[in-house]
Ligand binder design. Structure first.
Ligand code: CP3
Length: 348
């Protein structure tokens, strides 16, 4: 982390201070919509090979900063490096997505490592150190992990699936074994985030991308509680740690999430109504979000209107401009340029 005299705008917002021009970064800002990313990706072997090559991962992390001048760089990696470090086989198939050996019964969970193999994650920490050394002081460096529920859904199903049905079934059928898996992921994620902070990140985001598929009671048990434990464990080692929570799709439960999870800010998905978010979320914690990635893809009036509505709703309080989920690979670069210009105030 940087010393407090060099605090960047993103860190200032996370500390509760409104900025007259909101800082901006985008989820998945390093990715296939950038030709310079595709060039490195084509030379790097598999997706995981790229994640574990510190020099290339650092380069890819810096690409969107150079091109767009975003206010934060997010470490280039993936939430599924944690299952990999727990001994599960993980592979990314071209054009399909992640494939893991699915955990089909309690015995499969009993076979997992109890602790992450930190040696497997060493290249991630080295990538953080490399980015830190090249990044201007006014740009924040963000680390991240997947929340236990979201990571567990991929571990159980063996990949993405319709509404992550396999994990939801597993949690009802084998609650004790599922609880053990969540406990392992809480420990692993906290340890992983602590190492990211010691390597040099300014803040971390906890992605609970599948939070929205659970009934409220299950959401409390499998999303709120584990995330609360991660925040407590990280703060025990790094008291000043800044943490952004992203419980995607859980708008009606955000109040309870904020009651229990000691996050510094909430990242809002694009479905959250702006007036509701200002009144019930931004009144309690800084917010980040929540442009629909499809509006960015389409551009034109749809984009301008969406940007203006978000600026109008959130600009009076602590706010970081972002998407409501990751940027889509088909997004034109000119639309991203237009977005940055408009958010920074040149409205033409
Ligand atoms: O935001 C960033 O720029 C940092 C890098 C980042 C990636 N994945 C790179 C990536 C981050 C923060 C993630 C998080 C992640 N990964 C999540 C949580 C956020 C979300 O999107 O919901 C999840 C669920 C994953 C798992 C994952 N990784 C899936 C389902 C896929 C396949 C879908 C897809 O977009 O291709 C990935 C692959 C992945 N992770 C890519 C990138 C740039 C594309 C791989 C490629 O280059 O071919």
């Amino acid at each position: 982390m940087k010393d407090s005299s060099a605090v960047d705008p993103v860190s200032r917002v996370l500390g509760g201070a409104r900025q007259s021009i909101p800082p901006i970064w985008l989820m998945r800002q390093a990715g296939r919509y950038l030709p310079e990313y595709r060039a490195i990706r084509d030379k790097s072997g598999s997706f995981l090979d790229l994640c574990f090559n510190p020099k290339c991962a650092a380069e890819v992390t810096l690409q969107p900063i150079r091109r767009f001048g975003f206010d934060a760089a997010i470490l280039f990696s993936d939430i599924l490096v944690v299952p990999h470090a727990l001994g599960q086989h993980v592979n990314f198939e071209e054009g399909i997505g992640p494939k893991l050996d699915p955990l089909q019964d309690p015995a499969a969970i009993a076979r997992l490592r109890r602790d992450i193999d930190q040696a497997r994650l060493e290249p991630v920490y080295e990538a953080i150190e490399r980015v830190r050394s090249e990044l201007p002081a006014q740009v924040a460096l963000l680390g991240f992990c997947g929340a236990p529920w979201t990571v567990a859904t991929y571990m159980i199903a063996g990949g993405g699936s319709a509404d992550q049905l396999p994990a939801r079934l597993f949690a009802y059928r084998f609650p004790d074994a599922f609880g053990q898996l969540i406990d392992i992921l809480v420990e692993a994620s906290a340890g992983y985030l602590i190492r990211q902070f010691t390597a040099g990140v300014d803040a971390v985001q906890v992605f609970d991308s599948w939070a929205g598929v659970l009934p409220a009671a299950e959401f409390r048990r499998w999303c709120i509680e584990p995330c609360a434990r991660i925040a407590t464990a990280v703060r025990k080692k790094i008291p000043q740690a800044k943490i952004i929570g992203f419980p995607r799709g859980a708008a009606s439960e955000l109040g309870r999430y904020l009651d229990d999870v000691a996050v510094d800010a909430i990242s809002l998905d694009w479905t959250v109504e702006l007036g509701f978010a200002r009144e019930h979320v931004q009144s309690r914690r800084p917010v980040q979000g929540n442009l629909d990635p499809l509006a960015l893809l389409v551009g034109g009036t749809a984009l301008d209107r969406s940007i203006d509505a978000i600026l109008e709703a959130f600009s009076s309080g602590p706010f970081i401009f972002n998407l409501g989920h990751g940027i889509l690979p088909e997004t034109p670069i000119a639309h991203v340029e237009r977005l940055v210009t408009r958010v920074r105030g040149a409205h033409n």
